[in-house]
Design a protein around this ligand. Sequence first.
Ligand code: FES
Length: 142
Amino acid sequence: MPFLKNTWYVAANAPELDDGLVSRMICGEQIVMFRASTGEIAALQDRCPHRFVPLSMGRRVGDSVECGYHGLRFDGTGACVEAPNDDETQRARTCVKAFKAVERDSLIWLWMGDPALATPETIPEFAFFSDKETYTSIQGYS
Ligand code: FES
């Protein structure tokens, strides 16, 4: 099924990322997301390149996600930053696809298309989601 890729998609409510890893299917791709210590949102393909285990079944370690099977770790750019046997060659040639993600108005927005075309200024405004004094919102995912 074809999807519009060069556009922004709401992937999560921002507070969901306070608890660690969040996995969602967007445009037919399983994505794992987490918030780095800098506050930036990391969005990676939720599939370890080693044996295709969902990275969301692993754990967050600092600003990286660690695969639960053999322990490869990937940072928010998708680069492999740790390999259990500390093999420099394996780290250099292993990576996962990363997606542009922006947190705005208590929502996590993902750009699934060409990253060079990602324009955060075109994200629709939902400022009322952040206005907790005037509005009440009900959040959840099912
Ligand atoms: S399956 Fe992920 S490190 Fe082996």
